[in-house]
Design a protein around this ligand. Sequence first.
Ligand SMILES: [Zn+2]
Ligand SMILES: [Zn+2]
Length: 257
Amino acid sequence: MIDTHCHIAGDEFVADLDAIVARAQAAGVDRAVCILASDDHVEMARMPTVRAAWPGVRFAAGIHPHASGKYAGRAAESAAITAAALTTVGDAVALGEIGLDYHYDFAPKPVQQDVLAAQVALAVERDLPVVIHTREAMADTIAVLTSAGQGRVRGIIHCFTGSADEARMALALGFYISFAGILTFPRAGDLREAAAIVPLDRLLVETDAPFLAPVPHRGKRNEPAWVTETLAILASVKGLSVEAMAHAVTENAVRIF
Ligand SMILES: [Zn+2]
Ligand SMILES: [Zn+2]
């Protein structure tokens, strides 16, 4: 099993990273994609430690929409910073997370769009998939992916929280859809309905640790081992055994990364 999106190079995991990796492996989660903020020097500097602690980990780097305000009028610089981060990683499997977040709206929308477009163009140039964060911004996200992606962009909508119609928009662009712990929340019926329409060969699961711990760990610091909780709910939504679902999402992860 693979946790396709976690932030285990973050401050929250410094104290007990080895224990977290051990619990993941004991749960059958032998691989993970660790998301790095390419303009966060402290997080970038922890990459070798994370790599040494977990041989099954791979990395992605990008500038999150929350951080994009710093690059107003300097979107090209944001792409240059991410390019440098990808060089530092060496064998990055994706560019991200990048995207648009109109819920928190920490940066003006046009700035978020410019920074996203510059990084999408870089991903196309490097032939890397993108890991997309989109919140209350699906139509604009699809518009930027279409224009900056030049018909060649591929990737994942991570921690999908949209409607079935929004899932269809992302699927039409060839994207994979990744579900996080929210899928397990009792009141997430609409999200489970959206998951039900996603073809089996486009589904992924992730923790987004340390955020959004699934039921029954809700409210705690999330960790990669708990991706199995989201997997179990996704399996029931699709009417499959947990084993069959694990096989499908693992194959999908291998294909996209
Ligand atoms: Zn995100
Ligand atoms: Zn994330």
